[in-house]
Ligand binder design. Structure first.
Ligand code: S3P
Length: 457
């Protein structure tokens, strides 16, 4: 990763030097009340909409993880400085159409969300931007976003569909109506963000509901967004030539980070933990629904609304789990949680079948293959075929394996959780990438009683 320019008041970007292996050891019961850091999806969007709004945006609870820091650096490079002032992040927005030509390439590190959403942010500006990323990000498909943005008027040098690539926006973007070919909130969001600067109404049609944080936050910043159900699909329309105003944003706890703590408490005998202030937007809670169906003692307490999003405290106690079936239509609401669910399923009794996992193959790694390999390395019987994963749970896991993480934070965290409840320690080959989404993972786990050791970290 190239050396980064420091922003005044901003945290330093994380750089990954050598791999940092770590082993998770069989742990005593996990106990405590705690919070998890801010939601990653909402944090990215708050910075981007702050940059596109006129005036000052103040963000409380922003996730200070590498992916989001890269987005803060990106908006700063585009002329909308993001910096930390006490506990609050401030973005000085330039208004839609007001972003400036950056001095050099922008590095998005490991973040698909940062890259894809920023393509939409950049699209309505007369600027040329080179985008680069790490080895994992450089393998991920960008054509799905560039296709519709090109229809709107974006130009892509050399017609590439993988990073590194250079894009040229235009202040004469044309609105489109676009039916999503894959259930992707990143794709939907990139088109809606570009639509902010198009001359007219841009509509995205989605058949399967994906996370709706962009729609919610666009409205919060003053954009006109309408949502209509028609012929079994949701039509989301944004009015272009929009003017956004700087706002206050509060970011709730990330349910995708909380998932690791919840899973650990479910499988480590005698555990009882409560995680406070977690986002429970129904487009994100498929994992929690699934755990409840499998017999998990997972309760959402004190459900309330904070900053335009539903939030709750989540109490989890260790429980006997049985296998289950996760329908394909639930996939978008728990897409980042499948590696963790597969590990939990190994501790359940009976088979757990997960369908509709095509999108899992194009995440930070091929998560379907990486999860299946990690299970096999630890003595768990599982079959990955097509878009389906079946895990044969036996109520206990032997462990003792070394898991290849492929630069994927969620693979690393999922298998570390496995080691807390398996007979022999589980080692992951690298933990450095955990900092991309959840730098406090190890310390919060240790705070509730998890044991780690060896592996050189
Ligand atoms: C995200 C959308 C999902 C998810 C990612 C965050 C977002 O990706 O996996 O971690 O913030 O919009 P896709 O849109 O590719 O499904």
């Amino acid at each position: 990763m190239p050396a980064a320019r420091r922003m005044p008041g901003a945290i330093a970007p994380v750089t990954h030097a050598d791999p940092a292996p770590l082993a998770a050891l069989s742990s005593r019961s996990l106990k405590g009340r705690l919070r998890v850091p801010g939601d990653k999806s909402i944090s990215h969007r708050a910075l981007m909409l702050g940059a596109l709004a006129a005036g000052r945006t103040r963000i409380r609870g922003l996730l200070e993880a590498e992916d989001v820091v890269n987005t803060a650096r990106a908006v700063t490079a585009l002329g909308a400085p993001a910096r930390k002032d006490g506990d609050v992040w401030e973005v000085l927005g330039r208004g839609v159409g007001g972003l400036a030509q950056p001095d050099g390439p922008i590095d998005f590190g490991n973040s698909g969300t940062g890259t894809r959403l920023m393509m939409g942010v950049i699209a309505p500006h007369d600027i040329t931007v080179s985008m680069v990323g790490d080895a994992s990000l450089s393998k991920r498909p960008m054509g799905r976003v560039l296709g519709p943005l090109k229809q709107m008027g974006l130009e892509v040098e050399g017609d590439r569909d993988r990073l590194p690539l250079t894009i040229r926006g235009t202040s004469r973007l044309v609105p489109i109506t676009y039916a999503l070919p894959v259930p992707s909130a990143q794709l939907k969001s990139a088109i809606l963000l570009a639509g902010l600067g198009a001359a007219g109404e841009t509509t995205v049609i989605e058949r399967e509901a994906t996370r709706d944080h962009t729609e919610r936050m666009l409205r919060h910043f003053g954009a006109e967004v309408t949502t209509v159900q028609r012929d079994g699909a949701t039509h989301i329309t944004i009015t272009g030539d929009a003017e956004l105003e700087g706002r206050e944003v509060t970011v709730p706890g990330d349910p995708s980070s909380a998932a690791f703590l919840v899973a650990a408490a479910l499988i480590v005998p005698g555990s009882d933990i409560t995680i406070q202030g977690v986002l429970v937007n129904p487009t994100r809670t498929g994992f929690y629904t699934t755990l409840q169906e499998m017999g998990g003692d997972v309760t959402l307490l004190d459900q309330r609304e904070e900053g335009g999003e539903p939030v709750a405290d989540i109490r989890v106690r260790c429980a006997e789990l049985s296998g289950g079936a996760v329908p394909a239509e639930r996939a978008p609401s728990m897409i980042d949680e499948y590696p963790m669910l597969a590990v939990v399923a190994a501790f359940a009794r009976g088979a757990t079948r997960m369908d509709g996992l095509a999108e899992l193959k194009v995440k930070e790694s091929d998560r379907l293959a990486a999860t299946a390999a990690g299970l096999a390395a630890n003595g768990v019987r599982a079959e990955a075929a097509g878009d389906t994963l079946v895990v044969h749970g036996e109520g206990r896991v032997t462990g003792g394996g070394l898991v290849a993480t492929h630069l994927d934070h969620r693979i690393a965290m999922s298998f570390l959780v496995m080691g807390l409840a398996s007979a022999a320690p589980v080692t992951v080959d690298d933990t450095a990438m955990i900092a991309t989404s959840f730098p406090e993972f190890r310390s919060l786990m240790e705070q509730i009683g998890a044991q780690f050791g060896g592996g050189g970290a």
